[in-house]
Design a protein around this ligand. Structure first.
Ligand SMILES: *Cc1c(COP(=O)(O)O)cnc(C)c1O
Length: 382
């Protein structure tokens, strides 16, 4: 039977919104004390709560993750060249460019989809000052190996940890590796403040420096030091973060159930490769990427079209590669021949919907489409 009512589009992710009633007391507090931004009481409270929740010592909140990335590079006074991954959201490379630094792309590992340490080492030149890896899909990079390279060549390491909220490696926060880690609290991320972000750093002196930089470089009423910017998180964002934080474990549990069910039903489909989190690391189930390999009867793009045609808004994170955008494709390191693994992964990857409110019934529909289109194509061929 035809269904006249157009089925609602299932997004790949959906912002988690706690009950409005829990948010209102915080708004009343802001309305009564009239402190709306600039290191307000809720901002302070959220920094403390996040340090505790994440198991880190120093965190500085930002209005978004991109400004946090830009400021992290500023705070460490990075110049010259920074080695980074082409397999990420474009903000990673933009942050490097906005500092007048030359991004240098290195290839990724085919399993982790994170920067390949051997390729990092091969990309080092006398101008290299830092490495900016990404914990893609919340799967930790080879942090120990990257640390060894950084120490050997005297490089700074700034992790783009936008996907890695709450991720631990051997019981330690993955955010505690490198010189700094940068989080995004954008609405599409697993913990969000509508827009927002943060820098996790190693010591109090660096936190003071970052806090100054995000507030125009203002030290006191008459003193401006350094080239600051406006990257401050406001009190409404901080309030929302405090409410949201009370729901992260329940949201995580819901994501874990969704993840497990996909694995149960799609784990043995010929030609689909599911993403494995490295040993010793705790996943946060922020994304559910699958690789559509040549052994699958359809191409990634054909499967994408089939799902899209049925209102499932799957996404090709990350395609195209950052190195393919006109802003960066002129760089020597952007040459496809330099990035063969990233090229292949970008052609094969497809992210399936995962968010706490995703119902089992909808998830079954998504899985059934994947199984059906695979099977019918096989039948047609046979
Ligand atoms: C979301 C994201 C960012 C940017 O964060 P915003 O808060 O949206 O500015 C940067 N890097 C990666 C890998 C991201 O996924």
């Amino acid at each position: 039977m035809m269904n006249d009512t157009k089925a609602a589009v299932v997004p790949v992710t959906q912002p988690f919104l706690p009950p409005l009633a829990e948010f209102l007391p915080y708004l009343e507090q802001i309305w009564s004390n009239r402190w709306v931004t600039n290191d307000g009481p809720l901002h302070h409270q959220l920094e403390q709560a996040l340090c505790e929740h994440l198991g880190v010592e120093h965190i500085s909140l930002f209005s978004n993750g991109t400004l946090a990335l830009i400021t992290a590079l500023q705070a460490l006074e990075i110049t010259g060249e920074v080695i980074t991954t082409p397999f990420s959201f474009v903000a990673t490379t933009h942050a490097i460019h906005w500092n007048g630094i030359k991004p240098v792309f290195a290839d990724i590992d085919p399993v982790s989809m994170n920067l390949d340490p051997a390729r990092i080492e091969a990309a080092i030149t006398p101008d290299t000052r830092a490495i900016m890896p990404v914990h893609v899909y919340g799967n930790p990079c080879e942090v120990e190996e990257i640390e060894r390279i950084a120490n050997r060549y005297n490089l700074k390491v700034i992790y783009d940890a936008a996907h890695a909220f709450g991720v631990q490696r051997h019981g330690r926060s993955v955010l505690s590796f490198g010189d700094m880690s940068v989080l995004s609290f954008h609405g599409t991320k697993i913990f969000h403040t509508f827009e927002g972000g943060a820098i996790v750093c190693r010591d109090a002196q660096m936190k003071r420096r970052i806090d100054r930089l995000k507030n125009f470089g203002i030290q006191d009423e008459v003193t401006v030091v350094g080239h600051g910017i406006n990257g401050k998180m406001n009190e409404v964002q901080a309030a929302f973060g405090l409410v949201q934080l009370q729901h992260v474990s329940e949201a995580h549990a819901a994501r874990a159930r969704i993840d497990a069910y996909y694995r149960e039903r799609l784990g043995h489909v010929k030609g689909l490769r599911l993403h494995e989190i490295g040993a010793g690391s705790t996943p946060n189930h922020a994304y559910f990427p699958v690789l559509v390999t040549p052994d699958f009867p359809l191409s990634r793009d054909a499967l994408y079209d089939e799902l899209r045609a049925r209102q499932i808004a799957v996404r090709r994170y990350f395609y195209p590669l950052i190195s393919e955008f006109p802003a960066y494709n002129g760089l020597d390191s952007a040459a496809p021949g330099n990035l063969p693994v990233a090229q292949t992964i970008a052609q094969q990857v497809l992210c399936l919907p995962v968010f706490p409110m995703l119902e089992r019934e909808v998830q079954d529909r998504i899985i059934d489409i994947v199984l059906a289109v695979a099977a019918s194509t096989v039948d047609a061929v046979q």
